[in-house]
Design a protein around this ligand. Structure first.
Ligand code: NAD
Ligand code: DAU
Length: 341
């Protein structure tokens, strides 16, 4: 691959991946294509803005004309698709934009791969498509049982990728990763929300009983996996990317508070998320057979993440004081507090 179109590259994982590619592959050109929704942020890419191998196009993946124009103009030969509406709580409030971007938008990119015979598309999916897993771990051939409008939209995109591979031979690889954490994550997701709230001694709103389980993957380990898939994944295949690091939300919160030297009294139990999946768990043997494994120990990576948000208030303060808060006030009101300080 020489000219890589990175859709959604101004978001959390996408921007970490842009840094990864520019660091690792001196000969690659990267074209970030991003709509800059509330979650897209050019601050995430400011340190590569002057790199001659990098260019940015503001655009919607649902805009087939613009996608085709950019693919031709930049002689794109591969696509990595991060572009999506990604927050489960928002999907419960307004599912339409999830269906539009996550399903229809993925179809537009698949069409471009087909029309211009691109070499490879990697589609970034999620463990949430398997639904809640009470026991054991999901393998790639398991049935999809998505429970939120977000995960149902992601499942729709995965099925569209499969159909394009089977029907048209489109060279697409799907990755399904667990919960990522790290720098540049929008502070509506639990890790950056709780770290930044704790920095300001504000309550940490824990949903329900706090015993839902997530598997925590450091974003740079995820980027390594996507890199491997871009170069050595098999067309038409799906690869789980998990870290075997399952924690209840309460355990995660306790760890964050401990690392920050903040009191447990900041925890505030609030009403649960509707349809809240109890647990996700991935069997990642398939990608591990290709040589990938997480390189970062969880506690070290979480400590580094706490440090990053502590040292980069400039990055998150303007987000939290702007659109983010008013969105939440408008859409959700305040969650009912169950117990806590
Ligand atoms: P994010 O919300 O931080 O970023 C999404 C990016 O997509 C933003 O830059 C946004 O502007 C852009 N975007 C949204 N709609 C668009 C559109 N119509 N056209 C072009 N760009 C658009 O998301 P993230 O957490 O970085 O997730 C990236 C991908 O990884 C998503 O597909 C998500 O489903 C998947 N994923 C995320 C996680 C996680 O824990 N964050 C885990 C597994 C998979
Ligand atoms: O599993 C991968 C998925 O992880 C990705 O596909 C999604 O794009 C990403 O948003 C993330 O989804 P989650 O719903 O798991 O992430 P979130 O950070 O929203 O919530 C993590 C857990 O913490 C979940 O059980 C809900 C809980 N939670 C979340 C928030 C925002 C709280 O208890 N309080 C909160 O304020």
């Amino acid at each position: 691959m020489e000219n890589l179109l990175i859709t959604g590259g101004a978001g959390f994982i996408g921007s970490n991946f842009v840094h990864h590619i520019l660091d690792r592959y001196p000969d690659y050109k990267v074209i970030v294509y991003d709509k800059l929704t509330y979650a897209g942020n050019l601050d995430n890419l400011q340190d590569v803005a002057d790199d001659r191998r990098y260019s940015f196009v503001r655009g919607d993946i649902c805009d087939m004309g613009l996608v085709e124009e950019v693919v031709q103009e930049h002689k794109v030969d591969g696509i990595v698709n991060f572009a999506a509406e990604t927050h489960v709580d928002r999907s419960i409030v307004e599912p339409g934009s999830f269906i539009q971007t996550d399903v229809y938008g993925t179809h537009v990119l698949l069409e471009a791969v087909r029309k211009f015979s691109l070499r490879r598309m990697v589609h970034i999916s999620t463990d949430e498509v398997y639904g809640s897993v009470v026991e054991g771990s999901s393998v790639e051939s398991d049935n999809l049982r998505p429970n939120s409008p977000y995960s149902a939209s992601k499942a729709g995109a995965d099925l569209m990728c499969r159909a394009y591979h089977v029907t048209y031979g489109v060279p697409v690889v799907i990755t399904r990763a667990s919960n990522n954490f790290g720098a540049y994550q929008y502070p509506e997701k639990v890790v950056p929300l709780f770290i930044t709230n704790a920095l300001d001694d504000k309550p940490l709103p824990l949903y329900g009983d706090g015993l839902n389980v997530r598997d925590w993957l450091y974003v740079l380990d995820h980027c390594e996996a996507i890199d491997l898939m871009l170069h050595e994944g098999q067309d038409g295949e799906i690869y789980n990317v998990g870290s075997n690091n399952e924690l209840t939300n309460l355990e995660l919160t306790d760890t964050i508070l401990e690392l920050m030297g903040k009191p447990q009294s900041l925890i505030q139990f609030v009403e649960d998320r509707p349809g809240h999946d109890r647990r996700y768990s991935l069997d990642s043997a398939k990608i591990r057979h290709l040589g990938w494994r997480p390189k970062h120990a969880f506690e070290n990576a979480l400590e580094g993440t706490v440090r990053w948000y502590t040292e980069n208030r400039w990055w998150w303060e303007k987000i939290k004081s702007g659109a983010y808060d008013s969105y939440y006030e408008r859409q959700y009101g305040t969650r009912q507090v169950l117990t806590g300080s």
